[in-house]
Design a protein around this ligand. Structure first.
Ligand SMILES: C[S@@+](CC[C@H](N)C(=O)[O-])C[C@H]1O[C@@H](n2cnc3c(N)ncnc32)[C@H](O)[C@@H]1O
Length: 279
């Protein structure tokens, strides 16, 4: 297993994930009380969009490269944080670098908050350490994301977000994820959990059904399909949000149709926003 996010940084899936991440964090930051951000699969933190990996796949061109200001009034306020942090500019084909989830969180969290970053791979963890610099709010674990999550929850702050964004290379990923989520939710039922996933087969369906059956509150399921014509290429991805901010579903109904049109590859881009309830 040798997943390296630099080949995919800034692609449609990153744009989808990171705009939603900024919206969840913006909501968490509305209260003065401290919050924690836990990133179980952090990646390298900052990606060179002019580098060999990004040039080889050109995925960023079809992702962040498609989002140019000025943005339509309907979504302007919803993409503002992401656009500022991603450095998108109407005059540039593409920003030179692209920030990953840890750097986005680092910029949006405040002095009273905590940031816990987990990355298993030595090379990515080293790059992440450099990208984050000195930050007394931050703790970096070079370790397994699921095992570390178990040790980090419940956090003393009792409010915060866990982002789970694995590479989905292992056939057991959904099963591992489900076990880790069950354990974490048992320990911290009030936490907000955002889980990114590729839409490939019935696995997301089964995970959503399991979560809905297990919990009385709503599970929010968001998906974006850019209708890629390239065989084998990722065409659709989603995010499951547990204990989502109440505004997120309405915001996603504004954002996703626009993202689908803006980053579409074929004639039939799709999106969905489901508020799933048990029973
Ligand atoms: C999709 S990337 C993360 C991207 C990042 N969350 C972002 O949005 O910028 C997945 C990362 O998980 C790391 N990884 C793989 N297995 C892991 C594990 N068991 N625990 C923690 N990290 C792992 C990979 O090295 C890779 O950097």
């Amino acid at each position: 297993m040798n997943y390296r996010h630099e080949f995919h940084a800034g692609n449609f899936a990153d744009v989808f994930k990171h705009i939603l991440l900024t919206r969840i964090l913006a909501y968490l930051m509305r209260k003065d009380a401290p919050a924690v951000y836990i990133d179980t699969h952090s990646g390298a933190g900052l990606y060179d969009l002019a580098g060999e990996a990004a040039k080889a796949t050109k995925e960023a061109l079809a992702g962040v490269g498609r989002l140019k200001p000025p943005f339509p009034p309907l979504v302007e306020e919803l993409v503002a944080d992401w656009a500022r942090l991603a450095g998108v500019d109407a005059k540039l084909a593409m920003p030179a670098t692209y920030p990953g989830s840890p750097l986005i969180a680092q910029q949006l969290l405040r002095a009273q908050d905590r940031i816990c970053l987990v990355e298993k791979h030595h090379g990515a963890a080293g790059s992440l350490r450099i990208a984050c610099g000195r930050d007394r709010r931050l703790k970096l674990f070079e370790a397994d994301g699921y095992a570390t999550l178990k040790a980090l929850v419940p956090p003393p702050e009792r409010r915060g977000l866990v982002l789970i964004d694995p590479p989905f290379e292992a056939s057991s990923e959904f099963a591992d994820l489900r076990l880790a989520l069950d354990e974490a939710l048992k320990r911290w039922p009030q936490g907000t959990f955002a889980i990114w996933y590729p839409v490939k087969d019935q696995e997301p369906e089964r995970l959503v059904a399991h979560l809905a059956a297990m919990r009385r509150e709503k599970v929010l399921r968001l998906e974006l399909d850019i209708d890629s014509p390239t065989p084998g290429a990722l065409s659709a991805c989603g995010m499951i949000v547990i204990n989502a901010p109440f505004v997120l579903a309405a915001e996603a109904r504004r954002l996703l149709p626009w993202l689908a049109q803006t980053m579409r590859q074929g004639d039939n881009p799709r999106w969905r926003v489901d508020e799933v309830r048990a029973g």
